[in-house]
Design a protein around this ligand. Structure first.
Ligand SMILES: NC(=O)c1ccc[n+]([C@@H]2O[C@H](COP(=O)([O-])OP(=O)(O)OC[C@H]3O[C@@H](n4cnc5c(N)ncnc54)[C@H](O)[C@@H]3O)[C@@H](O)[C@H]2O)c1
Length: 268
């Protein structure tokens, strides 16, 4: 089976390296708006082939893996689904746009293609998804990251908050998951994932904390409902290539690809 990875950043590179060792995958087509980054990765890998455009190879692949940006997800998701090709989306925040979400899911149904969203950088998505079959009263996520994860964030700049000058643990945002995803598009994809798994973008509440004392990206997920209570803390090692991204996010994508290409799924 052949796949195509969009993006050769922290997540895309880790995926491309890992699937070299997956026997069920023959070719990994790779595209990125930076040709240099993609060709450099191609030189180091045996299965990777750089393509400037994915349209000509859509008939040759079984899965597109978006690991680039919300903008890329907006472009590549309809392209893949229209061709009947499944897509695994890392930039899950794109689905906070209700119109895009409805159109995407309708298109998938019409074309018989699937949209996969891995659990990404957070634990507990499987339990939340099962719990949502009955009533859930509340879902709250508290995400704590070091200042380096908030560099060049326009929302914080508009509030006059310079993350790098914070000397103590500071709450920089509290609100709905929809607002969180809009204001922190590169930081809080997990807010979108738990919204989709649980009670939606309006009822899911997000607290974002900047803490100069921490070295991990921490996600503390709490939920209460008919099922009981969920209280899950994930302390992630940030990716050395991109401090906004947790290493676990790339691992979850690789794990998802192995499930999709394999025959046994644990924890679906
Ligand atoms: N679901 C999760 O839990 C989770 C966790 C971490 C990261 N993410 C998301 O995954 C995506 C990738 O993360 P990353 O850390 O690898 O990012 P990164 O910035 O390290 O790399 C992104 C790469 O994609 C390329 N790119 C961006 N937009 C593109 C476009 N429109 N067309 C072609 N190439 C494009 C960039 O040139 C870059 O090489 C981001 O959107 C990030 O927010 C999701």
């Amino acid at each position: 089976m052949n796949i195509c990875v969009i993006g050769c950043g922290a997540v895309g590179t880790t995926i491309a390296r890992a699937v070299e060792a997956v026997p069920d995958i023959d070719v990994v087509y790779l595209t990125d708006r930076s040709k240099e980054c993609a060709t450099r990765l191609q030189e180091k890998m045996t299965k990777v082939r750089y393509v400037p455009d994915i349209v000509p190879i859509l008939t040759d692949i079984a899965l597109v893996v978006e690991a680039a940006s919300q903008e890329a997800a907006r472009y590549y998701l309809p392209l893949a689904l229209s061709a009947g090709v499944d897509i695994l989306v890392m930039s899950v925040g794109v689905f906070q746009d209700d119109e895009f979400q409805t159109d995407a899911f309708r298109l998938a149904k019409r074309k018989g293609a699937r949209v996969y969203m891995p659990s990404g950088a957070i634990g507990g998505v499987d339990a939340l998804s099962a719990a949502s079959l009955e009533d859930i009263q509340e879902v709250t996520l508290t995400t704590t990251k070091p200042p380096s994860a908030f560099e060049m964030n326009p929302y914080l700049e508009s509030k006059g908050i310079a993350a790098s000058s914070l000397r103590e643990r500071t709450e920089v945002f509290f609100g709905t998951a929809r607002e969180a995803v809009k204001h922190f598009p590169q930081n809080i994809n997990v807010a979108a994932t738990i919204s989709l798994a649980g009670i939606g973008f309006e009822r899911t509440k997000i607290r974002i904390v900047c803490d100069p004392q921490v070295a991990t990206n921490e996600h503390h997920l709490k939920a209460k409902g008919t099922f009981g209570e969920l209280d899950v803390v994930t302390r992630n090692v940030p990716s050395p290539r991109n401090p906004k991204t947790s290493f676990l996010a790339a691992l979850s994508a690789i794990s998802a690809i192995k499930k999709i290409t394999g025959v046994v799924w644990v924890g679906v």
